[in-house]
Write a protein that binds this ligand. Structure first.
Ligand code: NAD
Length: 728
């Protein structure tokens, strides 16, 4: 089946239509590149063709390159194969751009336009950027942009070089460095596309029939071209590059190979002619693809994330889509869950003990929608529609007809048991009951239920509207239909699910707590808090451990520490951490919400520097440990816990372990997650580091048996447990 087809009309317009069979979105494959090349040759060589329109047979234009192709090409052919493929692609796109014109006189080319019915991402925008004019449908849902940086690569099919030459470094920077996507109108305002129209194919057809020679010469192919904002050696351009470099390094701490390579491609490319710049872009692109970070990021943040969202671990039971959702407890979490569910079109009954609490919970949705309206991201009509779906009440009878309940009342087993019984008295026999508890075992809470096989954990993260991960927890008796229901619900609200077994703190919190604890432990030992926080950030963690404790609050830490100590008794290992936590609580420094924590905050709650009081209470040791030592402690604290979760059967799929770590607690995304990171290090090297850390800091760093066995037998996690190979 052809991905691209051509139709030549009697008025002299050739329409090339991209429509990959069996896919909802077009993606470009190796074969697709060859087909496009062949059709462009055909149209350029056919005297009856006056102009060419490239469009899509689907509601969207294209989602980008087929990233699986890049992955397998890297495996089979390495750098040479990737470079050759990219140069081949440059050849095709350059052919479109020059359109058969005489390179000296710039005359005689055929106009080529792109007509985008909807979303155009990655190479789906790089192809249009090579045409002479881009028309997009007036479709506010369409997304236009170059999001490559978000999966650890950068636009390598000329998008980088063309956008910088079109918009200048300042104009192109947010689009390239942040992967910012725009709707068609904003994309036009940013200068990325040319026209927003009702019928892009008709408008493009009209344009190619009327375009003059001068209309199809790209500025960089015309004489006297100057880059907007100046080249790097121009004084203004020089300042831009210095600023861009500083901004990127400040934001990424230099840990993302793609961001650095992108800047190099832009800088070096800006100093040479266009075709040379494309070659430089191709070299840097190849360099980034060969870096293990990009492969791991693509695997976790694109391929596996999507696989999990599509139900990779969904039991084989019929569709369990939620029609009517009951939420018990309209506090911070319940209110957030009500909002995301109503936004997804689900009817919601939001229950609290008091009517004013239920109303406050509903008002949270109104607040978020008001903010969205003020940012022009929503409308009054949409607000009314969403709020109309939420019934805020104290009346449990309103739960009649709910097919899923999510309980989010106080973290108290007695309160949870009471509301479970009350809800089950009203809901239908096949409804599923989920708890949002973060610390209580699901199997224990299920004892309050008459139908433990229909009882499950659906653990959201705060703030619910922003956090992308949802952890689904199977209790001992939870049945497959409950798991399917939870997965179908998470899919409806467009979040990413992982499914884990029931154990203390499930997966995400289990791994993040040791990270926070290791930070506080080092503080107690006299390690400079500046070193602790910077070491974490320089490893790619979005927040240092002390800042993260401030965000989640000291009192939550104290509550968790007390509960853990009560549960573990004498074997409780974190006394040193509690000294820090409890002292902070005594000082009344409860974290950001109290405008006082490990950091100082101003009146408006804006974070200032680290609180000077820390230096008095925890005098700094001399000498200080080196940076790598601190980084190893912080990273292994989390990573070993992830391995233990796998070893103990809490985690069943390393893909979930990696995706969940990045989305759930921000585990250094450049690594692709803890298992990908261990694979980069190699099990043998990881065990060596564990042995050293154990000797210096204690048994919490002891290498789990699984890791040691993998080191002995020279295995990798993805080799042993990768796609399709479940851990259990
Ligand atoms: P919250 O204190 O903000 O909200 C709890 C709500 O439950 C309150 O509005 C309270 O009035 C209501 N409630 C109490 N007893 C009730 C009853 N008998 N009937 C009806 N409503 C009742 O707490 P929260 O932070 O939203 O946490 C709720 C649950 O979510 C807890 O189990 C918590 O462990 C879990 N959780 C919290 C977070 C977080 O970051 N806060 C994250 C994940 C999970």
């Amino acid at each position: 089946m052809s991905d691209f087809t051509i139709q030549k009309d009697s008025d002299g317009v050739a329409i090339i239509t991209w429509d990959v069979a069996g896919k909802s979105m077009n993606v470009l494959s190796e074969d697709g590149i060859r087909q496009l090349d062949g059709l462009i040759d055909d149209a350029l060589g056919d005297d009856s063709v006056k102009g060419i329109v490239i469009t899509s047979g689907k509601p969207d234009f294209a989602a980008g390159m087929d990233l699986n192709v890049l992955g397998s090409m890297k495996e089979s052919g390495g750098a040479e194969a990737i470079f050759a493929l990219v140069m081949q692609l440059h050849g095709v796109l350059r052919k479109i751009e020059r359109a058969g014109m005489d390179p000296k006189t710039l005359k005689g080319g055929k106009p080529i336009a792109a007509a985008l019915p909807g979303t155009a991402l990655g190479i789906g925008l790089e192809i249009p950027l090579a045409t002479h004019r881009i028309f997009a449908a007036d479709n506010p849902k369409a997304k236009i942009g170059l999001p490559e940086i978000q999966v650890g690569i950068f636009p390598g099919a000329g998008g980088t070089t063309r956008l910088v030459r079109k918009l200048g470094v300042m104009g192109a920077a947010p689009l390239l460095l942040e992967g910012k996507l725009n709707d068609p109108k904003k994309a036009k305002a940013a200068g990325v596309i040319d026209e927003v129209v009702d019928d892009p194919v008709a408008a493009a057809r009209d344009w190619v029939l009327n375009a003059k020679d001068a209309d199809i010469v790209k500025p960089w192919d015309a004489k006297g071209y100057k880059m907007p904002g100046g080249e790097p050696f121009h004084p203004a351009g020089f300042m831009t590059f210095v600023g861009a470099n500083a901004m990127v390094m400040g934001r990424t701490m230099g840990v993302y190979p793609a961001a650095r390579a992108l800047l190099s491609a832009v800088y070096e490319g800006a100093m040479v002619p266009f075709d040379q710049a494309l070659k430089i872009e191709a070299r840097w692109f190849t360099n980034v693809l060969m870096n293990p970070s990009s492969g791991a990021m693509i695997r976790s943040l694109f391929i596996n994330k999507e696989a999990l969202e599509k139900g990779a671990n969904r039991p084989d039971v019929p569709d369990q889509k939620v029609r009517k959702l009951g939420i018990l407890g309209a506090g911070m979490m319940g209110a957030g869950i009500a909002y995301v569910s109503a936004m997804a079109g689900i009817e919601v009954v939001l229950i609290d003990a008091q009517q004013d609490a239920a109303d406050r919970g509903k008002a949270h949705s109104a607040d978020l929608l008001d903010k969205a309206i003020s940012r022009k991201k929503s409308t009054e009509a949409k607000k009314t529609e969403v709020l109309d779906r939420i019934t805020a009440t104290t009346d449990y009878d309103a739960l009649a007809g709910c097919d899923l309940i999510v309980e989010a009342v106080f973290e108290d087993p007695a309160v949870k048991a009471e509301v479970t019984a009350k809800a089950e008295a009203v809901i239908g026999a096949d409804a599923i009951f989920a708890t949002n508890t973060s610390t209580l075992p699901i199997s224990d809470l299920a004892r309050a239920s008459q139908r433990p096989e229909q009882f499950i954990g659906i653990h959201f993260f705060s703030p619910v509207d922003k956090m992308l991960l949802v952890e689904i927890i199977r209790g001992k008796q939870t049945g497959d239909r409950a798991v399917a229901k939870a997965l179908d619900f998470v899919r409806q609200i467009r979040k990413t699910p992982i499914v884990v077994n029931d154990a203390r703190f499930f997966y995400a919190n289990r791994c993040i707590i040791p990270y926070l604890n290791e930070g506080m432990r080092m503080l107690a030992e006299g390690v400079s808090p500046v070193l602790i926080e910077n070491a974490a950030r320089m490893m790619g963690m979005p927040l240092g451990p002390l800042q993260l404790v401030d965000e989640t609050s000291i009192d939550l830490g104290v509550r968790i520490a007390k509960a853990t100590r009560a549960a573990m008794g004498d074997s409780y290992p974190d006394g040193a951490v509690d000294d820090v936590l409890f002292w902070m609580a005594d000082e009344g420094r409860m974290g950001r919400k109290a405008k006082a924590g490990f950091y100082a905050y101003d009146e408006a709650g804006k974070r200032q520097g680290l609180w000077p009081g820390l230096a008095e209470r925890f005098p700094q040791a001399d000498p200080q440990p080196d940076l790598t030592e601190v980084q190893h402690r912080l990273m292994f604290a989390q990573t070993l816990e992830a391995v233990r979760a796998l070893q103990e059967g809490v985690l069943l799929d390393i893909r979930e372990g990696d995706v969940g770590a990045i989305l759930g607690w921000g585990f250094a995304p450049w690594t692709g997650g803890p298992f990908s990171w261990l694979d980069m290090l190699g099990a043998a090297r990881a065990v060596e580091i564990c042995d050293r850390l154990t000797k210096a800091h204690g048994p919490r760093f002891a290498a789990p048996d699984l890791l040691r066995e993998m080191a002995d037998t020279d295995q990798t996690f993805y080799g042993r447990f990768g796609a399709g190979k479940k851990a259990a």
